[in-house]
Design a protein around this ligand. Structure first.
Ligand code: ADP
Ligand code: GLC
Length: 481
């Protein structure tokens, strides 16, 4: 089975969020199952610098709609083959991969990800310049959303899967962009790529893909509702027989408290004592009072309304009077960044904040915090709550999407069944969040309950195994059709 997996980011080369983690771990799991999988991604400077051994496999000219590009081949350190699109004009620049240094979307994003979508489709149809031809094309999020549309109008196209990691980002552009990117006029209609008069990359993917997946079973249901369908609930409901929710796994090697090089002290399920050394290190590094007994709440997140970071900032003064400490890591919304830094300044020693992206610190927080905070308004899957459970740090989560699929609320019944693994709240407001952090702090001080919770968290299976098999089934099914 040959699969082309197209993505706009991959850890550790280039990452803004969970899509990068999944784009590394899922292909690796499928590769281990003997799937001949190749990852296609844009040649950002970070990628070209990290992989100097790439070789040119083809020159690609899709003029007049796109600039000339070259296809480079190589492989990741784990042996998974990689295809990189070299196009200096579109991908080699400073700033972020989606936005410039001021946080504004690059004005040529339609062209940048139109090219990624187009080349993905090219490799999956009769005109491919490569000898290697996939049986299945697997697209991820809006950045590869046009691929299924291009494939639909190409000769000898193979079937494709579209995975929704986050429906909130759709890649919507003015209507004239459709023709500029070489899409046939006939697809610019409601039964096609048109979305309220504009071109929607995400809708194109959802409309034309042979199968749609999303990253948790609960989110698969939620995106068919008005509340979380972001305007695409009608299409998703119409396509529900071709829509599957498959829970993400996590990379158990990358996220292992027994071997994690970012920790001050390793620990594992049988000897969790090393966890306290990480708490001390985190408190020291972040300028918090070194106190082994106060519950330390941790948060690692993009600062956006999606993640409910605003609620955490709002309750922070009451949270620390539980009493407790709070450590924040994240970046994004300017107002949230400013508030986080102000709180850290005002409550120095009790609250600390680092604004920026810091992979090593994120690992130390997962290990050094006692309780992890993830009060997302919606969450397609969420990886941090799985990392935190693996690190024996029970999470406080809102009952939504992948959070509800991966965390079992701590109560008398779940404790008795040995399945309690965190604290779940149902109303998205400060009162519920505060009450639930209070519940977590009380449990933290009850040593027996806390050990049981940590144990339940750490023995959970978050591996990719079952999920990779579920993707394999979908590929097989599409190949047979
Ligand atoms: P999302 O993809 O919506 O941001 P996920 O929970 O799926 O949410 O994945 C987020 C990933 O990004 C995790 O690996 C998390 O540790 C990481 N992350 C988010 N913000 C930061 C940050 N400021 N520094 C380091 N890692 C971060
Ligand atoms: C998105 C979602 C997140 C998910 C990740 C990987 O960024 O917001 O919930 O875990 O993709 O699928």
């Amino acid at each position: 089975m040959r699969v082309l997996f197209a993505t706009s980011e991959i850890a550790p080369l280039i990452k803004t969020g969970g899509l990068a983690d999944v784009s590394a771990a899922l292909p690796a799991a499928l590769h281990e199952m003997a799937v001949d999988i190749r990852i296609l991604l844009p040649g950002y400077p970070q990628v070209l610098k990290a992989l100097p051994q790439l070789r040119v496999a083809a020159e690609i000219s899709l003029q007049p709609n796109f600039p000339v590009a070259r296809l480079l081949t190589g492989s990741l350190s784990n042996g998974v083959p990689l295809l990189v699109i070299e196009c200096a004009e579109l991908y080699e620049r400073g700033g972020g991969i989606y936005q410039d240094e001021h946080g504004l979307d690059w004005p040529d994003n339609a062209l940048r990800f139109g090219l990624l979508s187009k080349i993905t489709a090219l490799l999956g149809c009769a005109n491919s310049p490569l000898d290697w031809k996939p049986d299945i094309v697997h697209c991820n999020d809006w950045q590869t959303g046009l691929t299924p549309a291009y494939l639909h109008f190409s000769d000898g196209a193979v079937p494709c899967v579209m995975t929704v990691h986050n429906l909130a980002f759709q890649g919507v552009f003015p209507p004239q962009v459709a023709a500029e990117l070489g899409l046939p006029d006939e697809c610019f209609q409601p039964d096609g790529v048109e979305f309220y008069g504009n071109l929607s990359f995400m809708k194109a993917g959802l409309y034309y893909a042979n199968h749609i997946t999303t990253v948790s079973p609960s989110y698969a249901n939620e995106i068919q509702t008005d509340a979380l369908g972001f305007g695409l609930q009608g299409l998703l409901t119409y396509r529900h027989e071709n829509l599957t929710g498959i829970l993400n796994g996590i990379d158990l090697t990358e996220w292992d408290p027994a071997t994690d090089p970012n920790l001050a002290h390793p620990y594992n399920l049988t000897d969790i004592s090393g966890k306290s050394a990480n708490k001390r290190e985190l408190q020291k590094r972040m300028g918090l009072h070194v106190d082994p007994d106060l519950p330390l709440f941790g948060l690692v997140s993009r600062f956006t309304p999606q993640k409910g970071v605003d609620l955490v900032l709002e309750i922070a003064p009451q949270l620390i009077s539980l009493p407790a400490q709070l450590v924040l890591l994240g970046s994004g919304d300017m107002e949230m960044q400013r508030t986080a830094l102000e709180l850290a300044h005002h409550y120095s020693g009790q609250i600390s904040a680092y604004v920026g992206f810091d992979e090593a610190l994120s690992h130390l927080i997962e290990a050094g915090a006692d309780i992890f905070l993830m009060p997302s308004r919606f969450e397609p899957c969420g990886l941090n709550q799985m990392y935190s459970q693996r690190y024996g740090t029970p999470p406080v989560v809102h009952a939504t999407g992948g959070l509800i699929d991966t965390v079992v609320d701590c109560n008398a019944a779940s404790l008795k069944q040995d399945i309690a693994s965190g604290f779940v709240f149902h109303n998205m407001d400060t009162l519920s969040l505060l009450a639930t952090t209070g519940r977590a702090a009380i449990a933290y001080h009850d040593k027996k309950t806390w050990r049981a919770l940590q144990h339940n968290c750490m023995i959970k299976d978050f591996s990719w195994g079952q999920s990779a098999i579920a993707y394999h089934h979908i590929y097989t099914h599409l190949m047979r059709r």
